[in-house]
Design a protein around this ligand. Structure first.
Ligand code: NAD
Length: 413
């Protein structure tokens, strides 16, 4: 049996939401269609002088509630359908957490691990230049995602600014602090996930102290989630990346240091090596998929033993996987709620850039907690009143707000 594609998953979640909210077929037509798609060819002169061509995308799924917002992914497997799915999720996520944004996503089908730093810079700048006419602080604001980080954002900001003739920090978020980045942005997605885990364990009546956690993905989201969860007293028992996983590895800081200096999980030397499949079926309190889409699906969902799944990645559970987890009584905190800390603090960064005024780390942290807890409590209330899952409730709130904005704005002409 083949797996649902990320776009099929996203459309199926939207369809149930439209039904739950009893919205019209016209609203389904409106909400299931991306507003603007740009596909570009990105030429790159490699360090050996050979010119290669890569496909790049920017999808502005919705601009109904404000400028579109969403990350830039550098990954060899991305395609237009996946980018549309991710841009759709961003739309519901921004609405769910009350940000004045629509949703977008972009990327280049390239493996950044195979590029030198200079090649990565040339590719980032050329891609930025290709999508330049449709981005901007009032139009569409990119951020880092899989395979990109603050250095890519610095190059994007510079390319846009050089073309504008003046400095435009608000064109991207996730920038280095000295270029108008925000304190707390690097750890924001992980900090938000830890808050979501804390609330999910509260619902399940499981104490935080010593609660066990397995995390798939040891990138920006996986690592910072682990740091925040440890700070809350939980125990990270296993972690994995694209090469496989490791269990009982001892100190998280030491493992991270080993990776930072070019090591890998497989040559760390402490702990037991496991596969990604084994990690997903560990007997832990919390499982956090924080890598790519579709990792929990009809083939492996029945093996999940965790009591709570908190989705760090976007779209990590297929609809069939979701159904199996629900049958098993696993509480799933959906991506659009669980990983929204990143876009919330991106929003703070954009606000600070607009104000030309930086907030303290404490201000960022307090405002993140307030905005995320507001959404978590709204979802929890809807779960109780409508007897729906956390995903259905989160989607109903996000989709419902975008639908309401469409109704109020009306249809031009
Ligand atoms: P990243 O590139 O920093 O890290 C990705 C990690 O996943 C790496 O450790 C990589 O080795 C691992 N990985 C890749 N393929 C894998 C596989 N097949 N099996 C196991 N591990 C695999 O990316 P990131 O920014 O941490 O993003 C991870 C997920 O979180 C993505 O779905 C992204 O869209 C989502 N997300 C990111 C942010 C953010 O602020 N960066 C915010 C919200 C959601």
């Amino acid at each position: 049996m083949s797996l649902e594609s990320p776009l099929e998953t996203a459309l199926s979640q939207l369809r149930s939401s439209i039904e739950n909210l009893q919205l019209s077929e016209s609203m389904w037509n409106t909400l299931s269609t991306p507003r603007r798609i740009l596909e570009v060819a990105v030429p790159l002169r490699r360090d050996n002088s050979i010119v290669e061509m890569y496909k790049g995308y920017r999808v502005q799924y919705s601009t109904t509630r404000g400028p579109s917002k969403g990350g830039i992914r550098f990954h060899p497997d991305i395609d237009l359908n996946e980018t549309v799915a991710l841009a759709m999720l961003m739309t519901w996520k921004c609405a769910l957490v009350h940000l004045p944004y629509g949703g977008a996503k972009g990327g280049v089908a390239v493996d950044p691990l195979k590029l030198s730093v200079r090649e990565n810079e040339r590719l980032t700048r050329r891609y930025t230049s290709e999508i330049l006419p449709i981005i901007g602080p009032e139009r569409d604001i990119p951020a880092p995602d899989v395979g990109t980080d603050e250095k890519n954002m610095a190059w994007m900001m510079d390319t846009y600014s050089v073309n504008a003739g003046f400095s435009v920090p608000g064109v991207v978020t996730g920038k280095p602090i000295v270029l108008g980045g925000s304190l707390g942005r690097t750890s924001a997605t992980g900090d938000g996930i830890a808050i979501a885990v804390r609330e999910a364990l509260r619902v399940k009546g499981i104490g935080l102290d010593g609660a066990t956690v397995a995390i798939q993905g040891f990138g920006k989201v996986g690592y910072w989630s682990a740091v925040a969860l440890e700070a809350m007293g939980m125990k990270i028992v296993a972690i994995s990346d694209v090469s496989g996983g490791i269990k009982d590895f001892g100190s998280l800081a030491d493992l991270h240091q080993h990776i930072e200096v070019g090591g890998s999980l497989s040559n760390y030397g402490i702990g037991d090596l496991i596969t990604n499949a084994e990690l997903l079926s560990l007997d832990v309190d919390v499982l956090i998929p924080a890598a790519l889409a579709d990792s929990i699906n009809q083939e492996n969902a029945s093996k999940v033993l965790a009591k709570v799944v908190v989705e760090g990645a976007n779209g990590p559970t297929t609809p069939e996987g979701d159904r199996i987890l629900a049958e098993k009584g696993v509480l799933v905190i959906p991506d659009i709620l669980a990983n929204s800390g990143g876009v919330i603090v991106s929003y703070f960064e954009w606000v600070q850039d607009k104000q030309n005024y930086s907030w303290s780390a404490d201000e960022v942290k307090e405002n993140l907690e307030t905005m995320l807890m507001r959404a978590i409590n709204e979802v929890k209330d809807l779960v109780a009143s409508k007897e729906v899952s956390w995903r259905e409730a989160a989607m109903m709130l996000g989709v419902g707000r975008v639908a309401e904005a469409h109704k109020l704005r009306g249809l031009y002409p």
